[in-house]
Design a protein around this ligand. Structure first.
Ligand SMILES: Cc1cccc(-c2n[nH]cc2-c2ccc(F)c(-c3ccc(S(=O)(=O)CCO)cc3)c2)n1
Length: 240
């Protein structure tokens, strides 16, 4: 198929993000601190600042029963579901439909006092990857969101401060086949979700406010999003 203008960037970044996501917390080097834990969900962050701005990389690992990696990535990638689970979203526009697995979004999010309102332009790409660790295991699914330019929507023109982010959602499905060779049901599957994000807030925002927002919003987002996928899929056939 013809390559589109973003393809080289997307291909390079997807490979880099997937490699990083598959590294455990341990071999990511030190510096990761566990800041939230809720059952199977563990959230880590590294405290990092660039020119005095908090850009704390985040890595969340969550294991959810009854859903597959394809389903998690499908509901995360597809714009038609986003208002259902993204609670801080004020407005979302699909700027470009580059291909059936690559879209460009413009999103404005609700303002976090006392900082200015933020908007973001990013390409979003969904991809299935062969499971090279377990040849006959289910495929790995990933969605990578990465900030990009849009000539029609230049940064910091209106009231919003443009933020810059790289997000990688990586999902590994696990099947626990029933003993008696019965067909696989939702009780026999689980999904290991790794969500990595680095957000540059764009303009100045107080470090203490940003860190408090991240501490509150990330766990809320991952719990709400996974509960949404469980609810959307519970009476539907499994998507592998
Ligand atoms: C989950 C979370 C973490 C940190 C901050 C907040 C938040 N609270 N109030 C406003 C925001 C906010 C501001 C700007 C943004 F770009 C995003 C934003 C967050 C996630 C993603 S995504 O790519 O992970 C999912 C698509 O929306 C995109 C933008 C979220 N929400």
């Amino acid at each position: 198929a013809l390559q589109h203008r973003l393809w080289p960037d997307i291909d390079r970044l997807v490979k880099q993000q997937v490699a990083m996501s598959r590294m455990g917390i341990g071999d990511c080097g030190t510096g990761w601190q566990l800041f939230a834990e809720d059952g199977e969900m563990k959230m880590y962050r590294r405290e990092e600042e660039i020119d005095g701005m908090v850009v704390d990389p985040l890595k969340a690992v969550h294991i959810v029963k009854g859903i597959t990696g394809h389903e998690v990535c499908h509901y995360f990638f597809n714009p038609k579901y986003r208002y259902d689970w993204e609670t801080t979203l004020e407005h979302m526009t699909v700027l470009e439909n580059i291909s059936d697995d690559t879209l460009v979004f413009l999103q404005t999010h609700k303002r976090i006092w006392p900082a200015s309102q933020r908007d973001v332009v990013f390409w979003s790409h969904i991809r299935k990857l062969p499971n090279d660790q377990d040849r006959d295991g289910p495929d790995i699914w990933t969605v990578v969101n990465n900030s990009t330019e849009s000539p029609e929507h230049p940064a910091n023109v209106g009231k919003c401060v443009r933020i810059y982010l790289t997000v990688c959602l990586l999902c590994q499905t696990r099947v626990h086949p029933p003993k008696d060779g019965a067909p696989i049901t939702r009780d026999d599957v689980s999904c290991k979700i790794t969500y990595c994000s680095v957000v540059n807030p764009g303009g100045w925002a107080p470090a203490s406010v940003l860190r408090a927002v991240y501490k509150r919003e990330y766990p809320k987002f991952l719990k709400r999003f996974t509960a949404y996928v469980i609810n959307q899929t519970k009476n539907k056939p499994l998507m592998f």
